[in-house]
Ligand binder design. Structure first.
Ligand code: LMR
Length: 397
């Protein structure tokens, strides 16, 4: 039965980790998958996560199923983190949150929800966007289209082209925006631009879907939610796909959430019931441990304060590596001005390296990055930055 099945291509991001692991070069550098690494090149378990995990294991009394949408206490904690305590969407009871296996799980549930409940809707993706977005929505049967985002000339946001594209989108379509720390470009709208985008989306009658995977990695935990909150005007509808892989370092625990905001409480209840059908026919109900960790940390004031400090530390390390990269590239005599890298936010830098240059870095220097030229800045350390910059200078000469 399987004899005619063709070999699928490697995943453009996770496939890099497989290739990196197989590389015997002791000087290899992994700037591929978006995973935080500390100065020693390891991805640590946060102290708050270890403590919460200990408490949960010591006190849990059952391994019975969770509800289809996960524990209500987790949903409440996620909503408070996303909107801020006392936000109108919460007091009006027009938001529903379901715990999903990671941010990717949230996106797939969103895809199924759109396919089942918004017939005919297309989903618009920024050009460029996360490599997996198109495939996730295609798997759910949602057609995708692209809107302008990146301005190569300025290494900035193509705001005029973006707004012009929004004005051509048919009412009833869905537009996916990155809540902060755009993946892969690291370029986020300013607060004035978020207001313009939200107004254009509203005027056009589009449903915004916010992919929110890096809260706290840009400017701060509250600041990074400001763009998203522009879409929460009274009566406005939206979908949010959150991930806690990065800001809690819970990658392998697969903990995320989908939040839908409806115009009012009645419509919210109906939409949530459809969300539950999507989940039940996919993975039935979510795995508990990661979400219990997130809930424990967010609802314990000492752990929460400590966690906010841990997020700030990760953010500051990434900012420091960004500046170091720019400085070292200049010192090593790199062609051109890489100052734009300092203006990017989050874990990634869109380096401008071309696919052939990325291939040479991998094949000749054992330096791994995504084909688009996306660098995981958290993979840079004081130890590997010289070798990295010398290799970049060599392949761009
Ligand atoms: C990334 O963009 O590298 C991360 O979101 C990990 C992934 O699943 O691709």
């Amino acid at each position: 039965m399987f004899q005619n099945i063709e070999l699928a291509p490697r995943d453009p991001i996770l496939g890099l980790s497989e290739a990196f692991r197989a590389d015997a070069n002791p000087q290899k550098i992994n700037l591929g998958v978006g995973v935080f690494q500390d100065e020693a090149g390891t991805t640590p378990i946060l102290a708050t996560v270890a403590e919460a995990s200990r408490r949960i294991v010591a006190s849990q009394t059952t391994k019975s199923y969770l509800p289809i949408t996960g524990a209500p206490e987790y949903a409440a904690a996620v909503q408070e983190l996303t909107f801020g305590a006392g936000h109108e969407v919460l007091t009006s009871k027009r938001a529903a949150t379901a715990h999903t296996p990671g941010g990717t799980g949230a996106l797939r549930v969103a895809g199924d929800f759109i396919a089942n409940n918004l017939p005919g809707a297309s989903l618009w993706l920024s050009q460029p966007t996360w490599e997996n977005h198109g495939a996730v929505f295609a798997a759910a049967g949602v057609p995708t289209k692209n809107y302008a985002y990146f301005d190569k000339a300025t290494n900035g946001l193509a705001i005029d082209a973006l707004l012009a594209d929004i004005r051509t989108m048919p009412a009833g379509d869905v537009i996916l925006l990155h809540g902060c720390c755009h993946n892969p470009t690291g370029i986020d709208p300013t607060s004035a631009e978020w207001k313009q985008i939200a107004a254009a989306v509203r005027e056009r009658g589009l449903l915004p879907l916010l992919d929110f995977a890096y809260q706290g990695f840009g400017v701060g935990i509250v600041e990074d939610a400001a763009g998203l909150r522009e879409f929460c005007a009274p009566g406005a509808e939206l979908l949010i796909c959150s991930s806690f892989s990065k800001n809690f370092g819970l990658y392998r625990e697969r903990v995320g959430a989908i939040t839908l905001v409806a115009a009012n409480a009645k419509e919210c209840a109906a939409a949530e019931s459809q969300l539950k059908r999507c989940i039940r026919t996919n993975y039935s109900n979510p795995p508990a441990h990661g979400a219990e960790i997130v809930k424990t940390i967010l609802t314990d004031s000492a752990l929460r304060t400590q966690w906010e400090g841990e997020v700030a530390e990760m953010r500051q390390r990434i900012h420091a590596m960004r500046s170091l990269l720019v400085k070292k590239l200049a010192e090593k005599g790199a062609r051109g001005n890489y100052e734009f890298i300092n203006r990017q936010q989050g874990m990634f830098s869109f380096s401008g390296l071309t696919p052939p240059q990325v291939d040479r870095l991998r094949d000749e220097y054992a330096i791994y990055m995504v084909g688009s030229g996306r660098i995981n800045v958290a993979g840079i350390t004081a130890k590997n930055v010289d070798r990295l910059c010398e290799a970049i200078v060599a392949v761009t000469r």
